[in-house]
Design a protein around this ligand. Structure first.
Ligand code: MTE
Ligand code: MO
Length: 373
């Protein structure tokens, strides 16, 4: 039976789809903890949760020592490390893009992101052990234990240069926040690719293949690509479009919640949210505006020290802003924008980045609240 392995889920999650299960927490709860509690971590399943199988194999080009190992064998054979990294679905904030102009896909709010401590072994160590050498391969393919009605498993790949680089901290992870991986997050073992979109971080990992080409899967070849307005599905070849790997710079306001009412006796508003950039780029600053972007205030940042180029964790921000007096009894728009360590900033408007699948929505975030008299 397809959905017989679905686990219990926290009732607090807001469900976008029950089968397969897709859900995110209320965004206000995301900023309460620098490390997102596992029960609040968004879940993005394309397929039914599979039965638990504790075995990962390594095969493909250059593999002269075939590997077939359980999690306990991984622990004894390779160094175990813990990496704090955020993971964000490429579809995060799709609903806002859809509000602007219709796009295809699950209507994620702004909480399809979380920041966790992942414990596992380095993929680069496992590949070296198997005999895989740089220069022989271009991509590393990951196959999940979950499959569709025809038996086609979830699969994705990452470039070999990332997979083989120990500084990129790509993990075969078996713990999340100090506990064995939960079923929804890929138990017993998943791939963690810091700085990449969630789609490459294959859960329920069963097979790793060293390859000259990208994965043949639908999710690698046809989906998780920026399909511009100009793309013509009848004439253009989607496999020619580059797969998304790294995430661009992002930030979003979690508090106050969009559509909420501020307290009547307050003359300031406390603004809190998250910010993150892919590729190991850190966050230099987050600015908040309560006057339609005329003036901006720098928010206070909460970060964890990580090496330059390896800033995988997210940044939380908070700032207290005076409520403009002309907003009393009306609406107030609160906006935020982040700058990463490569000095990239978020686009000002959705139109510039709108795409058919509603992916990588990182335009300047805005919430609208009501200000009492
Ligand atoms: N891995 C498998 N095997 N099956 C999946 O459906 N979804 C991917 C990725 N890995 C997926 C997967 C996507 S699109 C995302 S965003 C992340 O897992 C979500 O991870 P999470 O559910 O642990 O938050
Ligand atoms: Mo995703």
């Amino acid at each position: 039976k397809a959905f017989s392995h679905e686990p219990r889920r926290a009732p607090v999650l807001q469900v976008h789809s029950a089968r397969p299960f897709n859900a995110e927490p209320p965004s206000e709860l995301l900023v309460d903890d620098f490390i997102t509690p596992t029960t609040l971590f968004f879940v993005r399943n394309h397929l039914p949760v599979p039965a638990m199988v504790d075995s990962v194999t390594v095969d493909g080009v250059g593999v002269h020592r075939p590997v077939n190992m359980s999690v306990s064998e991984m622990k004894t054979r390779f160094e175990v490390i813990t990496v704090t990294t955020a993971m964000q679905c490429a579809g995060n904030r799709r609903r806002e893009m859809d509000d602007f102009r219709s796009v295809k896909g699950l209507q994620w709010g702004s909480a399809a992101i979380g920041n966790a401590e992942w414990t596992g072994v380095r993929l680069s160590d496992v590949l070296a052990y198997a005999g895989v050498r740089e220069g022989d391969i271009e991509h590393v393919i990951f196959q999940g234990g979950d499959s569709d009605a025809e038996g086609t498993p979830y699969e994705a790949s990452i470039p070999a240069a990332i997979a083989l680089d120990p500084h990129r901290d790509v993990l075969l992870a078996f713990e999340m926040n100090g506990e064995p991986l939960a079923e929804d997050h890929g138990a017993p073992c998943r791939v963690i690719v810091p700085g990449f979109i969630g789609a490459r971080q294959v859960k329920w990992l069963r097979r790793i293949t060293a390859s000259r080409a990208v994965s043949e899967s639908h999710w690698q070849r046809a989906d998780y690509k920026i399909v511009p307005d100009s793309f013509n599905w009848a004439h253009d070849d989607i496999s020619e479009v580059m797969p998304i790997y790294e995430y661009p710079v992002q930030s979003a306001i979690c508090e106050p919640a969009n559509g909420s009412s501020l307290d009547a006796d307050e003359d300031t508003v406390v603004v809190r949210g998250y910010s993150w950039s892919g590729g190991g780029r850190g966050i230099l600053g987050v600015d908040v505006s309560v006057d339609e972007g005329v003036t901006w205030r720098a928010a206070r940042l909460t970060q964890t020290p990580q090496g330059v180029g390896r800033q995988w964790a997210w940044t939380l921000f908070d700032v207290e802003a005076a409520i403009p007096s002309d907003r009393r009894g009306g609406r107030l728009d609160v906006m935020c924008r982040a700058v990463d360590t490569a000095h990239n900033s978020q686009p000002g408007d959705i139109a510039a980045i709108w795409n058919q699948r509603g992916l990588l929505h990182n335009a300047c975030h805005r919430v609208t609240v009501h200000v009492p008299e």
